[in-house]
Ligand binder design. Structure first.
Ligand code: NAD
Length: 421
């Protein structure tokens, strides 16, 4: 099997989670990567990742502080898991050095930053993949198959609503800073991808956006349990973050999104909600509707057909006789045709990241194009910013206006800070 020398660039929370994903793929006998280097200017983080990699692979990757240092290690591909601010400089640099790149979402900190990567990738012959994990959830694959099979007829509207968070810090300080990727981009970009995955191209967005909680609190700084610590990897850094700090990025969006196929989405993403939390994702079509579970939970999807036919068990698979998960997903989740699964979050998380790696390798080896390419990754960034641009302008915006940077007033100060103006 052809091997691809790989470096993980950015060894914080997601860098470690990617390592666990790669190890998961390796254990399943499906990895085509050799992890040769861990890159992070914070040496402790790179050393930590390298030490854990040695436990998984029996070989310690080199520790380097900058991309320059990777050339000596024969790298052919990089997995960029830094904070979003650096995605475009590292992504462009990597492609220009002739390396393939998988880049965490949001693929760029602004549309302009993502467009820079897009321009560098065009015609380079290098693969640029967006590490977008939510759509790869087997239950979202099932939902997509049901939609394609016409199980609810033609999609007419989607409801996506998520609310919670109060005034607590979401994982890290940077997720509340406009110039580093506020939470509506950090989390919203996943939902942007999901909406286009299910409904196709978005066309217009009207949104009201708010910054409800200008001060955020971090209980971990005072020795309390962190409230937001996915896969349990962030605790050690959260202890060193301030107990409270100013948030500069909006934390709520209330929007209407239209799609090329005529469907409309009612979208609510509120990270400052107190009281009862909220999760709802539904798609209604011309002959039925689907109620979808939260991503990465493995809970069941419920299908409603006609007036009173409810399918919420494995009979749902009868509606999609051709539904098959790809090889890696089927191997890791334990079946080609799944309608539910049940793993602790850390396991689900690493399985989905393993699937991203399998897709990236197949793209590099020319077996099929990567699923979430730089175009799609950029569209999701644009759809998230369309909400913020609309909120700032007080009018509906088209996705094309945002993608082409004709509408960029909200992003201007971020682009300026990045030296992109
Ligand atoms: N897909 C998901 O479910 C998911 C979940 C969490 C984070 N993410 C994404 O992963 C990325 C990283 O998030 P995180 O939670 O790991 O952040 P983090 O703050 O925990 O880690 C970021 C790391 O990047 C390093 N870094 C910064 N600049 C660098 C550079 N120039 N070269 C190399 N390393 C550099 C930092 O030192 C730090 O170790 C973000 O884009 C975030 O949106 C995705």
């Amino acid at each position: 099997m052809e091997r691809i020398p790989l470096a993980i660039v950015g060894c914080g929370g997601m860098g470690h989670r990617h390592l666990y994903g790669l190890a998961e793929l390796h254990r399943a006998g499906l990895s085509r990567f050799d992890l040769v280097a861990a890159c992070d200017p914070v040496t402790d983080n790179a050393e930590s990742l390298a030490a854990q990699a040695e436990e998984h692979f029996g070989k310690r990757p080199a520790v380097v502080g900058r991309l320059d240092g990777l050339a000596d290690h024969g790298v052919a591909a990089v997995d960029i898991t830094t904070t979003p601010r650096y995605h475009h400089t590292l992504g462009v640099d990597a492609v220009q050095r002739g390396w393939h790149a998988m880049i965490e979402k949001p693929v760029g900190l602004t549309v302009r930053a993502a467009n820079r990567i897009r321009a560098a990738a065009a015609g380079s012959g290098r693969v640029v993949s967006t590490a977008e994990n939510y759509r790869r959830d087997p239950i979202n694959r099932l939902a997509k198959a049901l939609l394609e099979q016409g199980a609810i007829g033609d999609p007419r509207f989607m409801i996506h609503q998520t609310a919670g968070g109060g005034n607590l810090m979401t994982i890290s300080v940077w997720r509340h800073q406009k110039d580093q990727s506020g939470v509506l981009l950090d989390v919203g970009v996943h939902f942007a991808d999901i909406m286009e995955y299910f409904l196709g191209e978005a066309t217009t967005v009207y949104a009201q956006t708010r910054l409800h909680e200008p001060t955020r609190y971090n209980p971990a700084a005072e020795g309390k349990e962190p409230t937001s610590n996915p896969a349990g990897v962030y605790g050690r850094w959260q202890k060193a973050m301030p107990a409270h700090f100013q948030a500069t990025a909006e934390d709520a969006a209330y929007a209407v999104v239209t799609f090329k196929n005529g469907a409309v989405a009612s979208y609510l993403e509120d990270h400052a909600a107190h009281g009862k939390g909220l999760w709802s994702r539904q798609i209604h079509g011309s002959s039925g509707s689907m109620d979808m579970p939260n991503d990465r939970t493995g809970r069941i999807l419920t299908l409603y057909q006609g007036r009173d036919q409810v399918i919420d068990d494995q009979r749902i698979l009868d509606l999609v006789p051709d539904f098959r998960l790809d090889e890696a997903t089927a191997a890791l989740f334990g079946g080609e045709r799944l309608w539910r699964y049940d793993f602790p979050f850390e396991q689900t998380d690493r399985k989905l990241i393993a699937v991203e790696y399998a897709d990236f390798a197949a793209g590099i080896l020319g077996e099929h194009p990567v699923e979430v390419d730089i175009e799609q990754g950029t569209r999701s960034v644009a759809l998230s910013y369309a909400m913020l641009e609309s909120g700032a302008l007080g009018r509906a915006v088209t996705l094309d206006e945002v993608l082409s940077e004709q509408v960029s007033a909200y992003q201007q100060e971020i682009d300026q800070g990045l030296g992109l103006l």
